[in-house]
Design a protein around this ligand. Structure first.
Ligand SMILES: [Zn+2]
Length: 98
């Protein structure tokens, strides 16, 4: 169940099968398969993903090709931890610093 807090109306599926791409200081970090939902009243849009915990990570051998294919065939929405640090939010990858 997905509801717009402001309008108290259920969200509607707007676009299925998009990619949400988390961004780290060094660039693309994790790729999640997701859907865009939209409030039919006010137009608010949100991205929801059930990918657990991710569909592809930057250290995967085929990450570049998976991301490249997604950029060509799907809507890709990049996201950051917060607006102030847009362009570099997640400090890094534990796997890379191990
Ligand atoms: Zn609304």
């Amino acid at each position: 169940m997905k509801i717009c807090v402001k309008c108290q109306i259920e969200l509607r599926a707007h676009e299925n099968g998009i990619v949400a791409l988390s961004m780290a200081t060094f660039g693309p970090y994790e790729l999640y398969l997701a859907d865009i939902w939209r409030c039919p009243q006010c137009g608010w849009q949100g991205i929801f993903s059930n990918a657990d915990p991710f569909s592809a990570r930057h250290q995967d051998a085929d990450f570049e090709s998976v991301l490249d294919k997604a950029e060509r065939t799907q809507t890709v929405v990049r996201f950051w931890l917060n607006q102030n640090e847009k362009g570099g939010s997640y400090l890094g990858c534990y796997s890379c610093y191990a």
